[in-house]
Structures are given as C-alpha cells and as structure tokens.
Write a protein that binds this ligand. Structure first.
Ligand code: ZN
Length: 382
C-alpha cells in the first residue's frame, strides 16, 4: 500500500501538488478547481487482470474495510488513509436493476439502472462522503487540520450523508439548506444525527456562496463536491458498473446531474480503467438536466465550452435544481472525452417517465425520472 500515492493538483494544470490532508479547495495559483491525481506508474505494478481479481475477491465481503464498494478499491481512491481513520457505512456495492420490461416498452434493449440510492443514507453521496470524512479524520489525527465543523450547502442528500458520516466519526457538522425547499425526510436526517441545521432565505446557489465564504475564512471544512475528495469516492460507481457487467463497459450512460460533480466523477473512473487497461473504451455519456435547471444543456446546444450560470426554476427534481454548477469545467471535460450529449426533461416528461418506470417495477425519484425521460427522447431521435 505504501507505494501508492495521491495528491491534489490544479485541474487547469498549474505546476504544484498538495497533500489530501490540506484544507484547500481551489488552486492557490489560479483559483481554479482542484483534482486528485494518482501515481499511475505505481499502480501499474499490477496488470489489469490482477486488479480485476483483487477487486472481485474483495467485493461485498466482510473483511474491513474492503466490504465497502469504495474501500474495496482503496488503492485507486485514497491509498494513504490508514485503516483506523476510515469512516465507512458499507457504502457502494449497489445493485443493478435490469429494466427489462421498461426497456422493451421504450425500444431500448438491455436497459439497466444502477440503483446508487440503495445506500446507507439513501443517495450516491455516501460514496464521496466516506472518502472526505476519512481524510478529515486522518488530517485531524495527524495534527494538520483544526476545524470547528464540517460544512455543506445542500438540497437534501448531501446534508443527510455528511451528517451521518460526521456522526459516525464523532465530528461536528453544520449544514446550510434553502428554507422551504427540502423535503421533511431530508430535513429529519441531519437533525437526527445531531448536525447544526441552518435554513437560509435563499436557493442552493446562495447557500453554496455562504459555505465557500465560511471555508475561505477558515471557519469550516468545506464538504461540497467542489472538494475533489468527494469525486474520488464517487468515481467508484464507474468501476462498479463495469465490474457488474463482468468487466465490460456499457455503450451509453445517462446521468441526471445538477452540480455536475457526478459527471466528472464518472469520467474519472473510466479514465483510470482505460489508463490501467481494465477497459478498452469509455461509454458515451448523456448528462440529463431538468429543463428548469439546465445551464449545461444551454451551453451544449449553443456549442459553448463554458457553462453560464442561470437562476434555476422550481422543479420536482429538487436535488438538481442548481443554476450555477460548481463542477461545470470538470463536467465539460468529461463530456468531450466521452463523446457526450446533454438532454433536458420538462416537468411533465420527467413525471411521466417516473410513473412509467414505476409501473414496470422500479420505484423512482424525480431525478431518475429526468434521466429516463432524456433517454427516451434520445431514443426517439434515433
Ligand atoms: Zn491552477
């Protein structure tokens, strides 16, 4: 394990590296986003077949911490975190639903739905939060971090996840939510875990601006997906998908996305598998957005490389009701590399798609409805 190593680097390419235990969220040189960078030469000490065997041997077993879908791939995620700092709820390893009947109805043969929400706190956010909270625990144990609280802005799922992992680690958590826009179930979760919950008279983007300012002043540790540690954990979803297809990449992945960190994470996982020879190609990507919160869709149809912020309108898909996506530059790079497209779904389209899926045995949230509606529209366009 000691040979493997990952550090923060500037996403735009400034020449410097920083330890993962340092509380920085932007490049000190250009103020751009950071990413986690691995020593790929060290990871080549195993061939592709040996990595697949190692990951298969650990998959869903009980030996700590490898039963976690994330820590079962720890060499590729955060190799320097020691066992006693890992904060895990057994995240990952979520099932793949073969949507056979829905696929036949919609003329999409071999349609599978990766049910990332079948997780400890009910969303895929657990994949990233386990990495972030574990690195924070490591940093505190080493004496390189002092913070009053881990803090995030949230439309619901992120706060539930951060609060649970913070509570599991015994670390204080503060969450900032837009007042009146989070469901009761999502409000109850952080309260139950003992997090300080603040309801602000603004939208998600407004909450995000406040969290960034608090982090800039050194008052809190920032736990939103602007923090690349979240993306490192979330990228294991790509590895899981390929592993669950017996190490074969699917043709297309349709992903509902608001803050766009998950699109970046998906590509990060495929890029590593490609570089280390586990796959021979990456799938094509469709980023699916709600029509009322569609800044990346607008950039895509206008042929622009830069996503311009908009004011997001009310949508049933509250978790992706985001007008100023923090990870837009990362997601644009993912879109290019995966020969991607961006599609949007109206409120009626997403509701219809959700209902249609539920009639075939799925039980979908509106965000999955957005992804399915966009898939059906792509299919109709050929
Ligand atoms: Zn930079």
């Amino acid at each position: 394990m000691a040979a493997y190593r990952s550090v923060f680097r500037c996403f735009a390419g400034c020449d410097a590296e920083y330890p993962l235990t340092l509380p920085i969220y932007r490049c000190p040189k250009c103020d751009g986003l950071l990413e986690v960078s691995h020593d790929m030469e060290a990871l080549r000490d195993r061939g592709a077949a040996a990595w697949m065997k190692l990951f298969d041997d650990r998959w869903m077993r009980t030996q700590w911490p490898y039963g976690s879908g994330v820590w079962g791939k720890r060499e590729w995620v955060a190799p320097q975190v020691p066992d006693d700092c890992i904060v895990s709820t057994g995240e990952g390893g979520t099932n793949m639903f073969w949507a056979d009947r829905l696929g036949r109805e919609m003329n999409v043969p071999d349609l599978w739905v990766k049910l990332c929400g079948n997780s400890h706190t009910g969303s895929f956010k657990d994949l990233g939060m386990t990495v972030l909270v574990s690195v924070v625990k490591q940093a505190i144990a080493q004496g390189s971090l002092k913070t009053r609280a881990l803090c995030c802005a949230s439309t619901g799922d992120t706060s539930a996840s951060l609060a649970a992992y913070g509570a599991a680690a015994g670390l204080p958590v503060a969450v900032l939510l837009p007042r009146g826009r989070v469901s009761t179930a999502q409000l109850v979760q952080p309260l139950a875990h003992g997090a300080r919950v603040f309801a602000l008279e603004t939208d998600f983007d407004g909450c995000m601006a406040v969290v960034q300012e608090l982090a800039r002043r050194g008052l809190v540790y920032l736990a939103n997906s602007m923090n690349p540690l979240r993306i490192e954990g979330q990228k294991t979803v790509s590895l899981e998908i390929v592993q669950q297809f017996d190490w074969e990449a699917p043709d297309w992945i349709v992903l509902p996305s608001g803050n766009l960190g998950n699109a970046a994470a998906l590509y990060a996982g495929f890029k590593m598998m490609l570089d280390l020879g586990l796959v021979a190609r990456v799938p094509r990507l469709c980023v699916a957005q709600a029509e009322r919160a569609n800044p990346m869709y607008r950039a895509f149809v206008a042929g622009k490389d830069v996503v311009e912020p908009i004011a997001a309108g009310e949508t049933l898909a509250t978790a992706i009701q985001i007008g100023n996506p923090v990870s837009a530059p990362r997601a644009m790079a993912a879109l290019r590399a995966m020969h991607g497209v961006v599609e949007q779904a109206s409120e009626e389209e997403l509701a219809d798609a959700s209902a249609r899926a539920d009639r075939t045995g799925l039980y979908t949230c509106p965000h999955t409805g957005v992804a399915l509606a966009c898939l059906f529209k792509l299919r109709a366009k050929g």
